[in-house]
Design a binder for this molecule. Structure first.
Ligand code: HEC
Length: 120
């Protein structure tokens, strides 16, 4: 009997603590940088999420390479990269067939365009 009570108490404590977001959960650990540049912020996002298809030459049906600064800048200017990562087309949402990028990464790429598509 004592064991059941103890287990029930532990369960309640666990459930209760799950509903309480810690300060860490509420703090934005990835604030948007004041100036976004390709080398400092954008390249790693593209490398981690896009290069499996957008390499050179492109694979899996992708039409363009996103390997270099010039490639990615040109895709923002000419190939709707920003609307594609937002899923509001034209064509398929990117990453193709995968989950949408986390919003903070989309925000960084959008700010890169606003900041002038700087390389460094
Ligand atoms: C699993 C493979 C795959 C991944 C990963 C992927 N893409 Fe694509 N991408 C494609 C395919 C296939 C197309 C062509 C279909 C289309 O345009 O709807 C494409 C097309 C595009 C285009 C349009 C090119 C054109 O010809 O106008 C852009 C821009 C693009 N992708 C950006 C991205 C970005 C940015 C990422 C990462 C966030 C990404 N893609 C990840 C497969 C992929």
């Amino acid at each position: 009997m004592k064991n059941i009570v103890t287990t029930a108490c532990l369960l309640l404590i666990t459930l209760y603590s799950c509903t309480n977001a810690s300060l860490d959960d509420l703090t934005d650990n990835n604030p948007i940088p004041s100036t976004v540049t390709y080398n400092a912020h954008v390249k790693s996002i593209i490398d981690n999420n896009c290069i499996s298809c957008h390499k050179s030459p492109p694979a899996n049906g992708a039409s363009i390479s996103l390997l270099t600064y010039t490639d990615v800048k040109s895709a923002v200017q000419n190939n709707n990269l920003i609307s594609k990562i937002n899923g509001n087309g034209p064509g398929a949402q990117m990453p193709f067939g995968g989950p949408k990028l986390p919003q903070n990464l989309i925000d960084i790429i959008e700010k890169w365009e606003v900041d002038g598509l700087l390389e460094n």
